[in-house]
Design a protein around this ligand. Structure first.
Ligand SMILES: *Cc1c(COP(=O)(O)O)cnc(C)c1O
Length: 394
């Protein structure tokens, strides 16, 4: 039996997988079991910021795995402390909790916001405001925060008291605020929902509303954080700080780790026994987190993201001009979406055949999340193959 069929026989059918089995990666390229080469323009959904087999990262993890991989949170390790210090400094917030995924980071943030409300009101009846088209993960709490019924429908009853406002419409948020509102959760740049960025005045308005009503502003930077949009946290582009930020994807660059980070006000609400995770922040993943920050700093990765994304945008504009089926592009830094007039899946599939991996965002957005280490020649290769595909799809 071929490998793909064995996979189809062994797994629950939670995903519609491509008929390609990836075997190894080197730099910005992936190779399948037939030796076919693919330009990686999705980084395992915004995870592998340094591409594949990035030596300083690999060597740090090799060394760590031989020393200590897991001890549980009954103990500190130097790797966990150093990682937390890096996260704290980068976010300009106060206290870190390491989880294992984005959804878990969101769940933890939600619990902390609710705990703060509970300490203040003496009741556990708080409500949350989220946004239409948002995505916050697949666990039963995070999926309820996800403003897309499609992900929720079959799995109720889910958590209560979640209301959905319209992104970039402050009055839609104001209308939902009441004395029970404990948190507003928003992605500064919506990923899965179609690459919609928050407007500057909207984000600042949210910050103001949260301050006025003592509501916790949770920013979900699981996808847009860690340098992808051209600043280490996207919120620095808005001139605000959140009360809690959620991180995952690019924070570990390939090992399963997430984090939520709170400012001093909300950090105080966390008490021993409130939350926990057996794996969360073990020395192996924390070595990855620490190394990721070191590489970003040492290699000036963020400046490179800014430069190379400018070039990518230039070339995307050219595609928009040239092809009728493409309406425009939107995004920030190396998190860009090309907006199509119709279903984009056939384009994504044709690109895969051409040896380029991208993902979708919603029905009609082709989402690009290339590794930070791409150079002009990789952008050119991408655009050339994209144009070829678009010509054949016209
Ligand atoms: C991917 C993602 C999540 C969920 O992360 P998982 O690691 O898949 O649980 C949450 N929020 C945002 C914005 C994401 O992009």
């Amino acid at each position: 039996m071929d490998l793909y069929t064995r996979g189809e026989n062994a797994f629950l059918k939670a995903y519609g997988r491509y008929d390609v089995i990836l075997e190894k990666g080197e730099g910005v390229y992936l190779y399948d079991t037939n030796g076919k080469k693919y330009l990686d323009f999705y980084s395992g959904i915004g995870v592998n910021s340094f591409g594949h087999n990035y030596r300083p990262y690999v060597e740090a993890l090799q060394k760590q795995i031989e020393t200590l991989t897991h001890v549980s949170n009954y103990f500190y390790t130097s790797q966990a402390i150093e990682a937390a210090e890096k996260v704290k400094a980068a976010t300009k917030l106060s206290g870190v909790f390491f989880a294992n995924s984005g959804a878990e980071a969101v769940e933890g943030a939600l619990k902390l916001a609710r705990k703060y409300y509970y300490l203040k009101h003496g009741k556990a009846d708080s409500e949350i405001i989220s946004f239409q088209h948002s995505f916050h993960g697949r666990t039963t709490g995070a999926v309820k925060l996800t403003g897309n019924l499609h992900y929720q429908e079959a799995f109720g009853p889910l958590i209560e008291g979640v209301h959905y406002a319209t992104l970039n419409d402050l009055s839609s948020v104001e209308q939902l605020i009441n004395e029970k509102t404990s948190a507003i959760i928003v992605e500064p740049l919506q990923g899965e929902g179609g690459l919609y960025p928050c407007h500057q005045d909207f984000m600042q308005g949210l910050r103001k509303l949260c301050d006025e009503h003592d509501i916790c502003l949770i920013l979900d930077e699981v996808q847009c954080g860690m340098g992808r949009t051209g600043t280490i946290m996207t919120y620095f582009q808005y001139g605000i700080l959140p009360d809690i930020v959620c991180l995952a994807k690019g924070i570990g660059c390939g090992v399963p780790v997430g984090a939520f980070v709170a400012n001093e006000k909300f950090a105080k609400a966390m008490q021993p026994g409130d939350h926990g995770s057996t794996y969360g922040g073990n020395p192996f993943v924390c070595m990855a987190v620490k190394t990721v920050f070191e590489i970003i700093e040492k290699e000036n990765m963020i400046a490179h993201v800014q430069d190379i994304s400018e070039y990518l945008i230039e070339r995307l504009e050219e595609v928009v001009d040239e092809f009728d089926q493409v309406e425009g592009y939107r995004g920030l830094g190396l998190m860009q979406g090309l907006i199509f007039k119709s279903d984009v899946k056939p384009v994504v599939k044709a690109l895969l055949d051409e040896g380029v991996i991208v993902v979708t965002a919603g029905e009609n957005v082709l989402r690009m999340l290339p590794p930070f280490i791409i150079e002009k020649q990789h952008v050119d290769e991408f655009i050339e193959k994209l144009k070829k595909v678009l010509k054949s799809c016209q």
